[in-house]
Write a protein that binds this ligand. Structure first.
Ligand code: NAD
Ligand SMILES: O=P(O)(O)OC[C@H]1O[C@H](O[C@H]2[C@H](O)[C@@H](O)[C@@H](O)O[C@@H]2CO)[C@H](O)[C@@H](O)[C@@H]1O
Ligand code: MN
Length: 443
């Protein structure tokens, strides 16, 4: 049986235990020879590893587990790298969210100025990671990347490392499909969707079950309930947090106004920005909810295990997040040609968008990478919105590569969540100060 060396980059992530569990649930199909955790923060990674070791002991005790901060040890002869780094960690996420809110602008980790700030922190560490993998791993190695902000990261990689073997993915569409399946009373695997957009900026246009388009049924549900199902805690425990409930509810306003398609929940930040700001607690944002929730639960479980030897199994979840990345890797490994939504270079797939846009669309995942479907032409409303967002993302990457303050200011001004160039400049200047340690210099 073929076996694989797999490295998780960002081993200290709160998602690592869930991803490891998901990997080991598939060990009969996707057998690991060695699992490695790589992070630049050894202390955080060691803590998360306390839980990971228990998962390995229970599910695949003979598996070799390596923890390292050394790139050579991490990537030597690796077959797969799962990337999930958060550059600046939650401390910086909190600032990404709170600084724009000071100016009554959406404060979100991947959208608006906060997302662009996160992008400027992440571009070069991701390029460094790709270079480590290229230097040490097998030539056939695939990087499957969750690191956000995925659109900006993907655009920078397209420009700087166009030949790298990387699949940029996002679990939000899969999360939505999980809710859609619960609403329709079917399994998520029974859904086949059509979708177009950029990452965290797109729309479902068809939702097939057994060849029948169920979008009309979902539209009627969404007009009243958004994408909430009866009991979210049964669908995904994390998504019963108040902020996620609000997010799924907000879809009802969007579907009511624009019933044609079902939007990615992230569209709320662009199309309902005033409502979002008015309903956000500027002192306690999602970063606080996560630090006091997902992160605390995990680290409390580590402390409890070290003190008592007892493991709290509710401290982490596999969820669609853990399932999806493993599904993508298995399709890459065995040329399964499974259809998933992934982020790829457009190259004509969406006919009336530029070839060099990094778009999120369905693709068949082969061992040579994605084979995207042909989406065709998209209607003017969506095209216009996407073009504006795409321009902002491209200008931001220009800013990073050219060390250009002016391009960064253009990117911030272009973003739909920002009202004026004055406002863009105030937020940008505050973010430059907060990100001194991380951003490329902007002159
Ligand atoms: N694409 C998606 O849909 C999706 C879904 C969920 C999470 N994510 C992303 O996954 C990542 C992890 O999220 P989290 O909430 O678990 O964060 P986290 O802060 O718990 O973990 C991130 C880890 O990355 C490490 N890190 C930072 N810079 C690094 C570098 N240069 N090299 C190696 N490791 C580095 C940190 O030390 C930390 O341990 C984030 O980028 C998040 O945005 C993406
Ligand atoms: O606020 P967070 O850190 O809890 O989540 C931010 C991430 O949200 C999306 O991922 C969700 C996903 O949609 C859901 O189905 C489940 O697996 O949880 C994920 C994380 O909560 C989004 O796609 C990511 O890009 C964000 O990082
Ligand atoms: Mn995402």
């Amino acid at each position: 049986m073929k076996t694989f060396i797999l490295t998780i980059a960002g081993g200290g992530s709160t998602y690592t235990p869930g991803i490891v569990k998901s990997l080991l649930m598939r060990k009969d199909q996707f057998k690991l020879e060695e699992l490695r955790m790589y992070d630049i923060d050894a202390e955080r990674q060691n803590k998360v590893a306390v839980i990971v070791k228990e998962v390995v002991k229970e599910m695949d005790p003979s598996l070799k587990l390596v923890l390292t901060t050394d790139p050579e040890e991490a990537f030597k002869d690796a077959d797969f790298v799962f990337a999930q780094m958060r550059v600046g960690k939650y401390k910086m996420r909190e600032l990404d969210e709170k600084i724009p809110l000071k100016y009554d602008v959406v404060g979100q980790e991947t959208c608006g100025p906060g997302g662009m700030a996160y992008g400027l922190r992440t571009i070069f560490p991701m390029i460094e990671l790709i270079d480590f993998v290229e230097k040490y791993a097998k030539k056939t190695c695939w990087i499957v990347n969750y690191s956000n902000p995925a659109s900006i990261v993907a655009e920078a990689i397209r420009r700087l490392r166009p030949n790298s073997r990387i699949m940029n993915i996002c679990d939000m569409p899969v999360g939505v499909m999980r809710n859609m399946a619960a609403i329709l009373g079917v399994a998520r695997e029974e859904l086949t969707v059509d979708y177009f957009g950029l990452n965290h900026f797109g729309w479902f246009t068809k939702v097939y079950v057994n060849g029948e388009d169920k979008l009309p049924v979902l539209r009627e549900h969404a007009r009243v309930h958004g994408l909430l199902t009866e009991d979210m805690s049964k669908v995904d425990v994390q998504h019963s947090d108040p902020s996620w409930i609000k997010t799924y509810k907000n879809i009802k306003y969007l579907v009511d106004m624009f019933p044609e398609y079902i939007p990615n929940p992230y569209m709320q930040y662009y199309l309902l920005s005033d409502h979002i700001v008015a309903n956000t607690n500027k002192e306690r944002t999602r970063a606080n909810e996560v630090m006091e929730g997902r992160e605390k639960r995990l680290f409390d479980a580590v402390d409890q295990y070290l003190a008592t030897g007892e493991m709290n199994k509710d401290a982490f979840y596999v969820g669609v997040h853990g399932l999806f990345i493993v599904d993508v890797a298995i399709s890459l490994a065995f040329d399964l040609r499974k259809r998933f939504l992934v982020i790829v270079e457009n190259k004509g797939a969406i006919k009336n968008l530029p070839d060099d846009a990094m778009v999120e669309i369905p693709a068949y995942i082969t061992s040579n990478g994605p084979e995207p479907v042909r989406v065709g032409e998209i209607p003017t409303f969506y095209k216009g919105l996407i073009e504006q967002q795409l321009a902002a993302e491209k200008l931001l990457v220009d800013a990073a590569l050219e060390n250009s303050y002016e391009k960064a200011l253009m990117a911030f001004t272009m973003n739909k969540t920002v009202k004026s160039a004055f406002q863009a400049k105030q937020i940008l200047d505050d973010l430059i100060e907060a990100n001194k340690e991380y951003w490329p210099e902007l002159r």
